[in-house]
Design a protein around this ligand. Structure first.
Ligand code: NAD
Ligand code: ZN
Length: 250
């Protein structure tokens, strides 16, 4: 692994437009399990509550599950070393930005500024009737399903449900970032979630190098990757960061 870490540090140092593409795996070490696989959220809950039609036709019941999955649970989760290092790299202009599939706000909590939220963000609630957006941090949840204080309409978490389109602006920005980067760092993404999974391929088609960090093989591994490092996000990024710091202090 040491040789790959060295190669990764070199690729990051030499890139003029590096971006990160992150999935649920980067938040695993913050205690948020991915949806699928071992310990996955969908082993405990039925994903139907995130189906748009089901959600609106079973509003109270769906909110009960959504509240315990996304709000009671996410409340006390904090960025881990991987989120923090990416935020530092942005400040140091090593990284231009992040395309994330995550909805947990942990990149922003860590201090990252240029975050493209491909699937929205659980920290916002949007009214289905008047489109007003409420910040969850200003919100007091009760045991009851929430309704809009402005118009009484139903409130939906402002993240992408099954059967819902990707927010247009996020898609456009992600596409643009993927066509202009010369290095994409894929961290903790399986490549199974469409259309987000297309972004690394778009980057590759535009001659970007692809660095992958994941403890497991994915649909990207050895298909489009230039360097693929098997390991957890925080461990691998900490190692790379250590080498970059040694280099910077020479
Ligand atoms: P995913 O594509 O996000 O895959 C998760 C990947 O993370 C897997 O390949 C797994 O091997 C890898 N992984 C696990 N632990 C890791 C670690 N410590 N370091 C690095 N990688 C690690 O797939 P999913 O979980 O099925 O998610 C589906 C969609 O839902 C995605 O868009 C995802 O971002 C979103 N989701 C978001 C959150 C969140 O906001 N934290 C949580 C669950 C799912
Ligand atoms: Zn409203």
């Amino acid at each position: 692994m040491t040789k790959q870490i060295e190669e990764a540090a070199k690729a990051i140092k030499n890139a003029s437009h590096a971006i990160a593409f992150t999935g649920a795996g980067i938040s695993a070490e913050s205690g948020i399990p991915p949806f699928r696989g071992k310990g996955g959220i969908w082993n405990t809950y039925d994903p139907i509550v995130l189906d748009l039609d089901y959600f609106f036709s079973h509003y109270t019941k769906s909110w009960k599950a959504i509240k315990s999955i996304f709000y009671d649970f996410l409340e006390d989760k904090h960025p881990n070393a991987a989120h923090i290092i990416l935020a530092e790299w942005e400040k140091q202009s090593i990284l231009k930005g992040i395309i994330t599939q995550n909805i947990d706000n942990l990149h922003q909590d860590a201090g990252s500024l240029n975050v493209i939220e491909f699937h929205g963000n659980a920290q916002r609630l949007i009214c289905a009737d008047c489109a007003h957006i409420f910040e969850v941090r200003d919100w007091v949840f009760t045991e009851l399903a929430p309704y809009c204080p402005n118009c009484g309409g139903r409130l939906k978490p402002d993240f992408v449900f099954f059967g819902e389109a990707i927010p247009e602006q996020a898609y456009r920005k992600a596409y643009e970032a993927s066509t202009t980067c010369d290095l994409m760092i894929i961290i903790g993404a399986s490549g199974e979630v469409s259309p987000a999974n297309k972004m690394p391929q778009i980057a590759k088609n535009n001659h970007s190098a692809i660095l992958e960090i994941n403890p497991d093989s994915t649909l990207y591994t050895n298909q489009i990757t230039t360097i693929s490092i098997k390991g957890s996000a925080s461990e691998v990024l900490s190692e790379i960061n250590r080498l970059l710091n040694i280099e910077a202090n020479k």
